[in-house]
Ligand binder design. Structure first.
Ligand code: ATP
Length: 335
């Protein structure tokens, strides 16, 4: 096993006019070469904050605690020079909505060549052009697109360009934050397939972030589900979706229609009210204010939110009834 990313007890707190915002509250993850790890969760659950912490891209207002290691390097202890080398060469990122950040007056070829020329200054113009053609082909675009301008490409093609750019300096770890936002469903599937194939062919470690649990589960070896800055459930992609334990994971799985699967166990439904307020830590810990299965008992029982995720003894009053625990289980509740 070749460990590319280790995150240990990561805590990220933003100082803001609202006071302290505990965006990530003790998350531990690991990712090996050739593996795909998905982070699912709705808006505000802390997904992008984790991505920023991996490449140390967080704003000054963020306080970071815990350890982030990329290719054996403690990211928060790196000098600026070492950090600059680590970015692009060890780990690269495809940002949320990044396709809109292509420069409209430069050709695709010039833009894809830029990281190569900046990070490998001895590269000749000819070698850079050769590398651009290679990268475009890797993401399924014709090499001729090097001469195109961004407005000549579709949204999906532009996102492929962003992926090509991220791969320019042969990173071993690729972080993709909502890489399919604003693309139609068919193109989303194509982009996910491109990322999955690249991870396999190049032996990359792929950290994929999305609010769409169904898509992540179909692409990723392992998926973690986040809510309010903590991981509430984790498991192999396909299994997690088909056999979600936590009421929140189930709600998230059911938040999207399952196209082409009339027998899906999940019927489209909302997750519930707004995400738990960060100003009220108790509301984050306890999912009960949003849980569709709460029949009032939880108000008395006051379950620990994180304990829902325990597969052998979830802290859910209706675990047996909802099929989270087998009917013959002796453990009706965790208390
Ligand atoms: N620079 C910042 N200053 C203050 N609070 C922030 C900052 N960036 C993010 N937050 C807060 O941290 C929490 C987690 O945000 P984050 O962007 O990591 O969530 P997310 O799951 O990636 O959401 P999205 O899918 O909308 O990007 C949110 O409450 C957000 O408002």
């Amino acid at each position: 096993m070749n460990r590319l990313l280790t995150i240990e007890d990561l805590r990220v707190t933003y100082r803001s006019s609202r006071g302290e915002v505990p965006a990530v509250r003790g998350v531990s993850l690991a990712l090996d070469a050739g593996r795909t790890l998905g982070i699912a969760g709705e808006s505000g659950s802390g997904k992008s904050t984790i991505a920023s912490a991996v490449l140390r891209l967080h704003p000054r207002s963020a306080r970071i605690e815990g350890r982030v290691e990329v290719c054996g390097q403690d990211v928060n202890a790196l000098s600026w020079g070492a950090l600059r080398r680590m970015r692009w060469s060890d780990a690269a990122m495809v940002f949320q909505g990044a396709m809109h950040s292509l420069n409209p007056v430069l050709t695709i070829g010039d833009q894809v060549a830029e990281p190569v020329l900046v990070h490998r200054p001895t590269t000749t113009r000819g070698a850079a052009a050769h590398r651009v053609a290679e990268l475009l082909e890797m993401v399924g675009l014709a090499a001729e697109h090097a001469h195109s301008y961004p407005h000549m490409l579709s949204g999906g093609q532009k996102q492929r360009v962003m992926i090509a750019m991220a791969l320019a300096c042969d990173p071993r770890l690729l972080v993709a934050d909502e890489p399919t936002t604003a693309l139609d469903v068919k193109v989303q599937a194509q982009i996910m397939r491109v990322l999955q194939n690249l991870a396999e062919e190049l032996g990359l470690g792929l950290l994929l972030i999305s609010h769409d649990l169904a898509v992540l589960s179909s692409v990723c070896d392992e998926v973690v589900v986040m809510h309010g800055g903590i991981v509430i459930e984790q498991g192999p992609g396909a299994e997690l979706f088909a056999n979600a334990q936590h009421p929140y994971t189930r709600a998230l799985a059911g938040a999207f229609p399952t196209i082409g699967d009339p027998d899906s166990r999940y019927r489209p439904q909302g997750v519930g009210d707004d995400p738990a307020s960060f100003e009220d830590p108790a509301a984050i810990r306890e999912f009960l204010s949003r849980c569709a299965h709460d029949d009032g008992g939880c108000l008395v029982h006051r379950p620990e939110f994180a304990r829902f995720a325990l597969r052998d003894a979830p802290d859910c009053l209706r675990a047996t009834e909802l099929g989270i625990l087998p009917a013959d289980s002796e453990t009706e509740t965790a208390i």
